[in-house]
Design a protein around this ligand. Sequence first.
Ligand code: HEC
Ligand code: HEC
Ligand code: HEC
Ligand code: HEC
Ligand code: HEC
Length: 224
Amino acid sequence: MRLPSAKSLRLYAVLSVVPAALLAAWALLAGQGQHVLAHGPLLAKHQGTACASCHIPAPGSTRQQIQAELRYLTGLRATPVDFGYQPVQSAQCLTCHERANDRHPIYRFREPRFRDAAQVVEATSCMGCHSEHGTVKISSGTTFCAACHQDLKLKADPIDVPHITLIKQENWGSCMTCHDFHGNHRYDVPNRMADALPLGSLRSYVSGGADPYGGFKQVRGQMP
Ligand code: HEC
Ligand code: HEC
Ligand code: HEC
Ligand code: HEC
Ligand code: HEC
């Protein structure tokens, strides 16, 4: 039996990819298709947000995209093209969530010194820690502080179990029981472990539940 050539394999790939991509594009364009192909519901706070505020059409007409994709799959073009829609970019999130007070802004972590940290947590993109259409709101979990704060030392530590001890014990689960990540909530950071948030309330928050930091925010997402 003769094995299929690379060229005919690519042709099979074209034949199987194009209809799926067309279907996905149609689902985003046509109202009735939306709930069929959207991978799951939007975050509760995003209900009523237009699909197009996060999903930007890819450049070129559908015909141009199909042609470019065929050229790529048959080896006549070096790079693939975005079909129908571009991958969601942080820029889309920032149109509604631009916040000058963010204590961990994504642009900061593009500096080379955070390269190792980026292996642990993708801090340079909103999508590195957040997801939509899924069962979790914060996909990074709560213990990723370790990636950057291993060497943290406070001059005069105000808490009853000092940071240096927490870090020695590798108690990275404790950090978010006293600190929010973006620093956008208006609430008092406790000095005592006994006043920290219960771990269960954090677990519930990251997977979609109520906001344990009280929901008082300095800057709220904007609906344009
Ligand atoms: C708040 C932003 C946001 C909104 C609003 C939104 N999405 Fe998404 N969507 C995402 C993100 C993030 C992903 C993950 C994949 C990615 O990065 O492209 C995604 C993935 C998808 C995918 C899978 C595509 C793929 O390449 O994996 C489909 C289909 C989709 N969304 C459809 C919809 C539809 C239909 C709506 C409107 C009901 C919608 N989305 C609204 C952010 C959003
Ligand atoms: C069309 C405007 C808009 C876009 C685009 C948008 N958001 Fe939001 N988002 C909001 C609003 C409004 C709220 C509710 C007010 C608030 O909590 O700040 C919100 C709330 C949130 C929350 C808090 C949810 C909760 O239950 O506490 C998260 C997390 C979030 N957005 C992440 C994102 C990410 C990540 C993206 C990009 C994929 C994005 N948003 C895109 C408007 C938007
Ligand atoms: C390194 C992980 C990480 C990255 C990157 C990240 N977030 Fe978050 N985000 C979190 C965590 C953890 C929380 C929960 C703690 C809190 O509320 O600050 C959160 C909470 C939020 C909230 C709800 C609380 C609030 O501040 O209003 C919003 C909105 C949000 N993120 C938007 C964004 C947007 C927009 C981006 C990209 C510009 C982004 N995040 C990037 C980890 C991340
Ligand atoms: C990708 C690296 C990175 C990660 C991950 C990270 N941080 Fe930070 N964090 C920083 C940097 C950089 C600063 C700023 C330090 C400075 O300016 O000296 C900072 C500052 C802070 C501050 C002080 C802010 C202020 O205004 O004084 C707190 C509190 C903090 N981080 C808590 C956390 C917690 C809690 C986590 C985990 C949920 C976390 N960080 C994860 C890099 C990171
Ligand atoms: C019992 C509550 C509590 C816990 C648990 C806790 N912190 Fe803190 N943290 C504080 C307080 C209080 C301060 C000082 C006031 C402030 O900066 O808000 C502080 C300050 C900080 C600062 C700022 C340091 C500076 O020089 O300004 C960083 C960074 C930080 N904590 C990170 C962490 C990390 C990482 C963890 C987990 C290992 C953690 N914290 C656990 C309460 C806590």
